[in-house]
Design a protein around this ligand. Sequence first.
Ligand SMILES: *Cc1c(COP(=O)(O)O)cnc(C)c1O
Length: 499
Amino acid sequence: MEVLFKSTRNHAEKVTASQAILKGLADDGGLYVPEVIPKLDLTLGKIADLSYQELAYEVMKLFLTDYTEQELKSCIEKAYDDKFDCREIAPIHYANGSYYLELFHGETIAFKDMALSLLPHLLTTAAKKNQVTDEIVILTATSGDTGKAALAGFADVPGTRIIVFYPKDGVSAVQEKQMVTQKGANTHVIGIKGNFDDAQNGVKAIFNDKELAKDLKEKGFVFSSANSINIGRLVPQVVYYVYAYGTLLAQGKIKEGEEVNFTVPTGNFGNILAAYYAKSMGLPIHKLICASNENKVLFDFFGTGTYDKNREFILTSSPSMDILISSNLERLIYKIADENPDKNREMMQALTSKGSYTITDEMKKGLKDFYGGFANEKDTLATIREVYKAADYVIDTHTAVAAAVYETFKKNEKDEHANVIVSTASPYKFARSVMEAVWDEKDGQFPSQEDDFALVRLLNEKTGLAVPKAVKELDFAEVLHNTVCEKEKMCEEVVKYLK
Ligand SMILES: *Cc1c(COP(=O)(O)O)cnc(C)c1O
């Protein structure tokens, strides 16, 4: 069955999957969603037998129906290869009462690799299929991890250029060094004096600038996006939820058809939305537990039905979740508004004009699959320490937010379902915070004057956890990007670079 994609803000235009991937954002500013969410056409038992690559094909072919079997399989083969440091691609580790789904075994050691190893291949294939001859310029706003994963994926890919904007003072030292040392003649990295929301708003404004698009088109450029607003990011993320279920089944941890919970550390709402799509496809999921850090807009939204970004932006130890405008929530709002684009558009316009909107009681009923929780800084670090002490397992700050929220959920709801914590980054990406958490008084005074790379070595000495290649390489890497700009100057920077 062919699946077409429509915008969340009007139904006039329908596009194929490859066209949606090429465009990133719809012309009306809405996000592309599939007309229908397809159902899994494999039995759960069969899922348990497949490799990650085989399953990726079986899941994605249902959404990306205008890609041929050969095209899709070739994209998958190039994406999930030995860039990943383990054969399973997304292994599961049991610790302290939960299953940790480790999504950080790719090239840049965060879960963004799961989709961004694939997106460049999907996009270049889409360009060929649609006879696009312009150079594709990937514009990306990052809260720290998307940037590096997108840079690694698109570096030196013919026919593309990539520009990444990151909050200059809002990412970890390892995250920043990963980005500013990126090689590749087609890569460009810019720090902005602002936060992630500023970066994301700036990118969306550039996308919506029709004059600029026309100008650049004449010069042979067309924009696309590597952010999770691109449906080409979302679809590959559905795969690992199905895969995780298959792994638990194959290992005899659950029975066929048994419902499990997924607890997801959430920022832009892309990862957890993919879980919601997996549930809609028929995967037996009980609750989708949405874990926020102190920027708890989503927690408040699930509790009250009001989304309100008018609040202080807090810099936390889980910077990739420091977000007040969760773009992908729009896809859920649209869904629970009975797929009424006018209703969704009104709410998104209210979000732009006054920074908030409230859903109706009817719409609230559509949220019953979700549970919202949040963890403060103290509980996050305490959770890292607790899991390390109890299970000798080191988790990163984002994963710890999820683990902390799950504990509250379990207690409050007296829930007994098997729980999968989606583990989104290697602890080495956030070595300082993780080290602070696992540090013992008997280790002496915390070496706070040491830089983050020294702390990487100390974390390795203390815990014995192997340092990933992605971090080791940084020691010798040369800084190749040092542009910093005001948040109002993002568009000018793009024009300057493309001259
Ligand atoms: C991006 C990111 C998140 C948040 O994921 P969303 O899809 O934006 O909700 C959580 N943890 C880490 C480590 C990330 O890089």
